[in-house]
Design a protein around this ligand. Structure first.
Ligand code: ZN
Length: 242
């Protein structure tokens, strides 16, 4: 059975442009307190949350079928109760979030980075097939990115006991990822978003699954399929209702 390709975030954006887009949308993205309590401000550490209480318009670009679109839409709606944004689904291709559904890759821009994509370009791709049992989890994960969430396994407090040679070998043979791609998507720690607001959470929908063979000792994370309590807490803090 082929492995599901792990998600990669779209981060081909200029750091300065990403920072400016985040501030233009929501000035709170510029000033945040790191986990250590220090005040930080700058291009590498800004958050990418949308402006509170705004309407976020979601469009699908050539969905394979109505059923496919509808299944993604239902999964996305699971986020609604934890945010103060209004999620609105467009009937055409125009939206703040533009979703294509071409197999097999899953990827998304993080939060306000979506504003840096060209008007006809997707901001997210759901490559997991509708018939796959991982479809709903894949949509929940990608939409978490669209709301500004980063990968949880890159939380600075993650302390995952990686067996690095095994990880490089597995990702190379299963997905043809280079050492640099593995470093960037798995081992690199992030100082942004999730990492400052909530503690490390291995049950997060934003965590990669990590089989025991890729760690030292008895340590693994299964394929998370639902939005965790911690994920909801993070979203309530980023988009408070009161
Ligand atoms: Zn991801």
């Amino acid at each position: 059975m082929p492995y599901l390709h792990p998600c990669k975030t779209i981060n081909s954006f200029d750091e300065q442009a990403s920072y400016e887009a985040a501030i233009r949308e929501n000035s709170d993205n510029g000033t945040t307190t790191s986990t250590g309590g220090r005040k930080k401000r700058g291009v590498a550490t800004h958050t990418k949350f949308w402006a509170s209480h705004r309407t976020l318009k979601i469009a699908f670009l050539d969905p394979p079928s109505d059923a496919h679109r509808q299944a993604a839409l239902e999964a996305i709606k699971q986020w609604q109760s934890s945010i103060n944004l209004t999620l609105e689904f467009a009937n055409n291709a125009e939206g703040d979030i533009r979703i294509s559904m071409e197999a097999p890759l899953n990827y998304s821009a993080i939060g306000t980075d979506a504003t840096l994509r060209g008007p006809g370009e997707n901001t997210m791709n759901i490559g997991t097939e509708l018939t796959h049992p991982g479809f709903e989890g894949a949509v929940l994960h990608e939409f978490g990115h669209a709301l500004g969430m980063e990968h949880e396994h890159q939380h600075p407090k993650a302390d995952i006991p990686w067996n690095k040679p095994a990880v490089y070998h597995f990702y190379l043979t299963a997905y043809n990822w280079s050492k640099e791609e593995v470093d960037h998507n798995l081992f690199r720690k992030l100082e942004t978003t999730n990492t400052r607001i909530t503690p490390y959470d291995p049950t997060s929908i934003m965590h990669y699954s990590i089989p025991n063979e890729l760690t030292i000792g008895d340590w693994s994370v299964g394929k998370n399929k639902t939005i965790s309590k911690n994920d909801r807490r993070l979203m309530r803090r980023a988009y408070p209702k009161a």
